[in-house]
Design a protein around this ligand. Structure first.
Ligand code: ZN
Length: 322
C-alpha cells in the first residue's frame, strides 16, 4: 500500500487501547531496522523526520528511503511525519514533498499565537490530504538544537485543550505530562534511587492525561520524549568506552498504561540512538581490526530491529494490528 495518514491508525488505536510507535529516522539502517520489526510483528508504524534529520540526510534521500521501505513491506501501514515543524514554510515544504503528516510545534509561543500558526498549517495540510499534530504545554530536554531548560517546561493545562482543538482543527495533540526529550530526562535530584543505585524518575501526570481525555473524547493524544533509555544499553555504552552517567528515561509500564488510555502515538528516538551506539561501541571493542562500515552497522541495525519489536509487543501493543 502507499504511504498512509495517521487517521485510520489512530482511530483503531484509540478504540483498541494501544498506541502507534513514532520512530525517528536519519539513515538507511534505522529505516530498515524499524520497518523489519514492524513486518515481523505485523504493526503499523509512523516514521518521523525532524528538521535536524532533514538537514543531515536531505529531504530527497529520506523520502526515497521511506519509499523503499513501503515497497519492501507492502502490507504494513506506514505514515511519514514531520517531527517538530517550527514554521509554516517547513510544514508546507514537507506537505508538498510527500509527507502524510506534519507537526507544527508552536507550544513555546503564547496561546493565541499557537492557535493562529497551527490553524494556518491545518488549512494548508487538509487541502492537500495531510494531517496535523499540534502541541500544548512544553517538554524539558534537548530536541535537535532546541533546548528547554529545567524549570522552563510546563504541563498542559486541560482547560485549554477544547478551545485549542476546536479553533485550530488539528488532528492530534501532543501534551506535556512529565515526559522529556533526550537521554537525560530527569536530574538526579528529581529522582529516587533503587537498591541497585539506578535512578527512578517521578511518575507521569496521569491526572492531567485523564482530564484532557475527558474533555476530548475520542481524540488522539501524543506523547513526545518517551524513550525508556534501557539501562542495559547505557551499561553497554559505559562498559565499552562511553560516558553516560545517570542517563534515564520513562519506565515502560507507564507508557503501556498511557497507550491503553487516549494516547495513540508514542515518540521514540533516544532508544534507537542508544541501541545503535551501544552495539557499535561493543563491536569496535571486540573487533578492533574491523574498518568496513557494514561490519559494525549490521549488528547496530539488528539491535534497532530487536528494540523496536520489543516496544511494539511490550509497550505499544500495536502488534497484529494491520
Ligand atoms: Zn518531541
Amino acid at each position: 500500500m502507499p504511504l498512509v495518514t495517521t487517521t485510520e491508525m489512530f482511530k483503531k488505536a484509540y478504540d483498541g487501547g494501544y498506541a502507534i510507535g513514532a520512530f525517528n529516522v536519519n539513515n538507511m539502517e534505522i529505516v530498515q531496522g524499524i520497518t523489519e520489526a514492524c513486518q515481523e510483528t505485523h504493526s503499523p508504524v509512523i516514521l518521523q523526520v525532524s528538521k535536524g534529520a532533514r538537514a543531515y540526510a536531505n529531504h530527497t534521500y529520506l523520502i526515497k528511503l521511506v519509499e523503499a521501505a513501503v515497497i519492501e513491506n507492502p502490507e504494513i501501514p506506514i505514515a511519514l511525519h514531520l517531527d517538530h515543524g517550527d514554521s509554516f514554510e517547513l510544514c508546507k515544504s514537507c506537505i508538498d514533498g510527500g509527507f502524510t503528516s506534519v507537526m507544527i510545534d508552536m507550544s513555546s509561543r503564547p496561546f493565541e499565537e499557537n492557535i493562529e500558526e497551527t490553524k494556518k498549517v491545518v488549512e494548508y495540510a487538509h487541502a492537500h490530504g495531510v494531517v496535523v499534530e499540534a502541541e500544548l504545554g512544553t517538554l524539558e530536554g534537548v530536541e535537535d538544537e532546541v533546548v528547554v531548560e529545567a524549570g522552563q517546561a510546563s504541563y498542559t493545562r486541560p482547560e485549554e485543550v477544547e478551545e485549542f482543538v476546536t479553533r485550530t482543527g488539528c488532528d492530534s495533540l501532543a501534551i506535556a505530562i512529565g515526559t522529556s526529550h533526550g537521554a537525560y530526562k530527569f536530574r538526579p535530584e528529581q529522582c529516587t534511587r533503587n537498591e541497585k543505585g539506578i535512578l527512578v524518575p517521578p511518575p507521569l501526570r496521569f491526572d492531567v492525561l485523564e482530564e484532557v481525555s475527558k474533555r476530548l473524547p475520542g481524540f488522539p493524544i501524543v506523547l513526545h520524549g518517551s524513550s525508556s533509555v534501557p539501562q542495559d544499553f547505557v551499561a553497554m555504552v559505559n562498559q565499552y568506552g562511553g560516558n553516560m552517567p545517570d542517563a534515564i528515561g520513562i519506565p515502560e509500564e507507564q507508557l503501556r498504561k498511557a497507550a491503553a488510555m487516549s494516547v495513540c502515538k508514542i515518540n521514540i528516538d533516544s532508544d534507537i540512538r542508544l541501541a545503535m551506539t551501544a552495539n557499535i561501541r561493543k563491536h569496535f571493542a571486540e573487533h578492533p581490526e574491523h574498518f568496513d562500515p557494514r561490519q559494525y552497522l549490521k549488528p547496530a541495525r539488528a539491535a534497532v530491529k530487536e528494540m523496536v519489536a520489543h516496544k511494539i509487543i511490550n509497550v505499544l501493543g500495536s502488534n497484529d494490528k494491520i
